[in-house]
Design a protein around this ligand. Structure first.
Ligand SMILES: N[C@@H](CCC(=O)N[C@@H](CS)C(=O)NCC(=O)O)C(=O)O
Length: 198
C-alpha cells in the first residue's frame, strides 16, 4: 500500500485528492510541521526538500505534488487519470500538469508577494498572462482537457481552489468559478477536503 506523507491545510491537499480519485487504499502518515518533523534526517531521506507532500511506494519515494500526480496516474492506469502514451490528448495533459507548478504556482506567489519581475525573463511571464491563458483554456470545459478529467485537473484545480475560492488572491472569472465548482462537486475532492482540514 502507498504511504502519503502529509500535513493538514497544506499543499498535501493535491495528493490527498489524487489518492481519493484512484479509489485505491493508501496510508496517511502525518508530518507535524510545527514540531519540525519535516526536518528530520529520516524524512529528508524521503524528501530532501523537507516538505509535504511526499509518497512512498514500496522502495520508491518521491515528492513534488505534480510529480506525485504523474506517478500515481501511471501506477493506477485503471483510474483513468492520464491519457496513455500514444494518445494525442497526452501532450495537452503533460502541458497542463507542468503548467501548474511551472506557471500557476509562481504566479500565485508573485501576487501574494507583489514582487515585480521582467516578464520576458520570468518563466511564467506574469500573473495576468497565466490567468488569461487558464481562463481561455477553461472557458469551454468541463475539464482542462475538455471532456476528459485527468490528474492535470487535480494539479490545476487545487491551485485555483486555493487562489480563487479559499484565499481570493486571484480575481475570479466566470470560467474559474464554474471550473472550481465542478472540482469541488467531486466526491473525492470533498473527502480530501475533510481529511485536509485535519
Ligand atoms: N513544490 C512543492 C511545495 C511543497 C510545500 O511547499 N509544502 C509546504 C506546505 S504547503 C511545506 O511542507 N512546508 C514546510 C517547510 O518548508 O518546512 C509541492 O508542490 O509539493
Amino acid at each position: 500500500m502507498m504511504q502519503l506523507y502529509w500535513a493538514p491545510r497544506t499543499r498535501s491537499f493535491t495528493a490527498l485528492w489524487l489518492m481519493e480519485e484512484t479509489g485505491q487504499p493508501y496510508q496517511r502518515v502525518l508530518i507535524d510541521l510545527a514540531a519540525g518533523s519535516q526536518k528530520t534526517p529520516e524524512y529528508r531521506a524521503i524528501n530532501p526538500m523537507g516538505k509535504v507532500p511526499a509518497l512512498r511506494d514500496g522502495d520508491v519515494t518521491l515528492a513534488e505534488s505534480a510529480a506525485i500526480c504523474a506517478y500515481v496516474a501511471e501506477r493506477y492506469p485503471e483510474a483513468g487519470l492520464a491519457p496513455p502514451v500514444g494518445d494525442p490528448l497526452r501532450a495537452k495533459y503533460l502541458y497542463w500538469l507542468f503548467f501548474a507548478p511551472g506557471c500557476v504556482e509562481p504566479a500565485m506567489v508573485q501576487i501574494a508577494t507583489k514582487v515585480e519581475m521582467n516578464s520576458g525573463s520570468a518563466g511564467w511571464g506574469d500573473a495576468g498572462r497565466v490567468f488569461d491563458v487558464l481562463d481561455a483554456a477553461l472557458a469551454k470545459g468541463p475539464w482542462i482537457l475538455g471532456d476528459t478529467f485527468s490528474a492535470a485537473d487535480i494539479a490545476i484545480g487545487s491551485g485555483l481552489n486555493f487562489a480563487v475560492r479559499l484565499f481570493k488572491m486571484v480575481p475570479s472569472r466566470p470560467s474559474f468559478e464554474a471550473y472550481v465548482a465542478r472540482c469541488t462537486a467531486r466526491p473525492s475532492f470533498q473527502r480530501a477536503e475533510k481529511l485536509a482540514a485535519g
